[in-house]
Design a protein around this ligand. Structure first.
Ligand code: CIR
Length: 269
């Protein structure tokens, strides 16, 4: 633990609106990041424009957005979600599972330390990417993935338990991160990819199952009154709207080429 241990029984109230987000635009080395997508190299200029559009969507949802400087040493640093798990009450700086990404946490940790007097940092041998952590109010789901190991999940589970939150782990087979395949929409509703639809951990949730042809859209973010969804997924957009969620589509094609989705691009609190 690098920082003084935290907090005193408070937990995120699921009705609290988000007021802030932290983002980090793609840097000059963006296309050198890790990817398995096989969609070609991203166009950096377009990625920057799309990132601005994404920030605009967060602002439209009422958030004040803090923009960190890009750091060309870390091509994946724009996927800032993986570097922390946080609510408005507390923050945990993660230890990302991919070695080339580990240094990304320094700038995020500095920013969070300004906001949170007590900031927890994960310790070796634990690894955890924020993309593997889905909160549904005080219930947390942690994906065990190629990035998040059992020790990382256990550290976070203990931290959450001390704050009155529950956590269960879900072993992932093929997804990069848990939230690649599932998004909490608030209350008891999930947007879920077919491969996680029957996951026992999600029994009891109402599920909107994503058409397999639109599996990428399973990663979306509910931000206050809206759902920010990757553009071009009309079936999912219609399903969300029919369920009563106003949708803001954002074009993130260049981030998809680097295995990123809409949740990865911000920390929201
Ligand atoms: C990586 O492989 O780490 C990045 N290229 C993509 C990270 C996406 N993050 C996320 O889904 N939370």
């Amino acid at each position: 633990m690098l920082y003084p241990a935290a907090m005193d029984g408070k937990q995120h109230n699921e009705t609290d609106p988000f007021t802030h987000a932290i983002v980090r635009p793609p840097g000059a080395t963006f296309s050198d990041g890790i990817t398995s997508a096989d969609l070609g190299r991203p166009d950096l200029a377009l990625a920057r424009v799309q990132h601005q559009g994404y920030v605009g969507a967060l602002e439209r949802c009422g958030l004040q957005v803090t923009v960190l400087d890009p750091d060309d040493r870390y091509p994946d640093a724009t996927f800032v979600e993986d570097t922390a798990v946080m609510t408005r009450e507390w923050a945990v700086v993660t230890r990302p599972g991919a070695l080339p990404r580990r240094g990304e946490t320094a700038a995020v940790g500095d920013e969070l330390a300004r906001r949170f007097p007590a900031l927890f940092a994960m310790e070796p041998p634990g690894t955890l990417d924020g993309g593997d952590v889905m909160a549904a109010g005080a219930r947390y789901f942690i994906g065990l993935s190629g990035r998040t190991n059992a020790d990382g999940a256990a550290q976070l589970t203990r931290f959450l338990g001390d704050r009155g939150c529950s956590a269960v782990t879900i072993a992932l087979k093929s997804l990069l991160h848990l939230k690649t395949g599932v998004s909490w929409l608030g209350g008891d509703t999930l947007l879920v990819a077919a491969e996680l639809a029957d996951c026992e951990a999600f029994a009891g949730f109402r599920k909107i199952v994503v058409d397999p042809a639109e599996a990428y859209a399973a990663n979306c973010i509910r931000v206050n009154d809206h759902v920010i969804l990757p553009g071009g997924h009309s079936h999912t957009k219609s399903a969300l709207e029919a369920a009563g969620y106003p949708v803001i589509p954002v074009d993130v094609s260049e981030f998809r080429k680097m295995d990123g989705g809409v949740s990865c691009l911000s920390l929201r609190f």
